[in-house]
Write a protein that binds this ligand. Sequence first.
Ligand SMILES: Cc1cc2nc3c(=O)[nH]c(=O)nc-3n(C[C@H](O)[C@H](O)[C@H](O)COP(=O)(O)OP(=O)(O)OC[C@H]3O[C@@H](n4cnc5c(N)ncnc54)[C@H](O)[C@@H]3O)c2cc1C
Length: 396
Amino acid sequence: MMTAGRAAEKGARVLLLEKNNRLGVKLSITGKGRCNITQAEFDNRKFIKELGANGKFLFSALHKFSARDAMDFFESRGTELKIERGARVFPKSDQSKNILEVLVKYCRDNSVKILTRAIVKEIIAKNKKIEKIILADGQELLAEKYAICAGGKAYPGTGSTGEAYEWLAKMGHKIIEPMPGLAPIIMQEKWIKELEGASLKNVKITVFQNNKKQDERFGEALFTDDGMSGPIILDMSKKIGKLLKIGEVEISIDFKPALDFEVLDKRIQQDFMMFKNKMFKNGLDLLLPKKLIATFIKLSGIDENKKVNSITKQERKKLISLLKEFRLNVKKVDGFDKAIVTVGGADLKEIDPKTMRSKIIANLYLAGEILDLDGPTGGFNLQIAWSTGYALGDDF
Ligand SMILES: Cc1cc2nc3c(=O)[nH]c(=O)nc-3n(C[C@H](O)[C@H](O)[C@H](O)COP(=O)(O)OP(=O)(O)OC[C@H]3O[C@@H](n4cnc5c(N)ncnc54)[C@H](O)[C@@H]3O)c2cc1C
């Protein structure tokens, strides 16, 4: 929509094809329906640093259409915005439909012709040039230039099913293997199901391979029926996926990162003094979320009916080590059905970062998640789509 609107604004005659019966199905569910449109990080270098090794590809496009520009784009079209914790920008209404409406209007105001239920089936290219595209209903369409902004493979129910990778590969583009990104992780421990729904605030999670620290984050996480999710897990899932390709991966949860072993021990002793006549199973309420208590008791090996005042120093030590180093073994990163983005995609070396033009096919342009470019949670991925989409449209 950003590509189509901008290209039309610059004078192109644009036909926008969408396989769904309406535009922006994925956009509507972003940010849990609130749409975290961008990250209020106005230093482009800092923004790009968050995208990892491929981030530098975005420099020109971000310079042309920055996070500030994205905010101005929506605000100047009547959508009030707000900035929340972690510089996340949302519409003040908390409704993604307001963002979608602006984009649809942008297209309509610039006379973009919109065709929904139009499934692109095949792209016919000859001599390094696209000749025509064929829709599922057999219609053949010809244009001077073609922009593919078909997204990745994440949440395929929204329409982003990844067939464009095949078209690109057939035309000679290199595709970096698409993998689920910003996805929950599944653990080997089956008993994790007992913790389902427990949400954790202010925890530290460290990723290990061969006992060597690989990554570490502070923040929020939660237990699912077979593993873990939540912001810090999602942000580390890309790294975890890569590590799993070469070996086993363990995570360690520190439930009390603000307290070292000694201070935590004092704190537990204070709690135990307060609850000295209670049974162990009733003495942990101040220390842990309710959902975690039964599992902690089991793993500590301490008799749940033991009086708190008879718990030994050794037993307390075991409890502290569980609180500071709760180890779990990662089985795998969850699939595309639950991933927020796709890691991998069209190789950036074959695309001009200023114009998004293919270096392989003369009249082909690419923008958005189809590119081998992705960021952490917090509005980075939509900003990648806005910036690359705008840069593409601007030069179309
Ligand atoms: C649950 C969820 C929440 C998210 N929340 C956020 C958030 O809050 N902030 C953020 O920055 N990012 C978020 N993201 C990521 C963000 O939504 C994507 O990175 C972004 O939508 C990518 O934009 P795109 O235009 O490249 O692709 P898409 O939004 O996937 O759009 C591609 C379009 O192409 C259409 N299409 C595909 N194939 C064909 C075909 N063969 N013929 C015709 N049409 C086709 C699809 O139907 C789709 O409408 C979230 C993602 C998910 C899944």
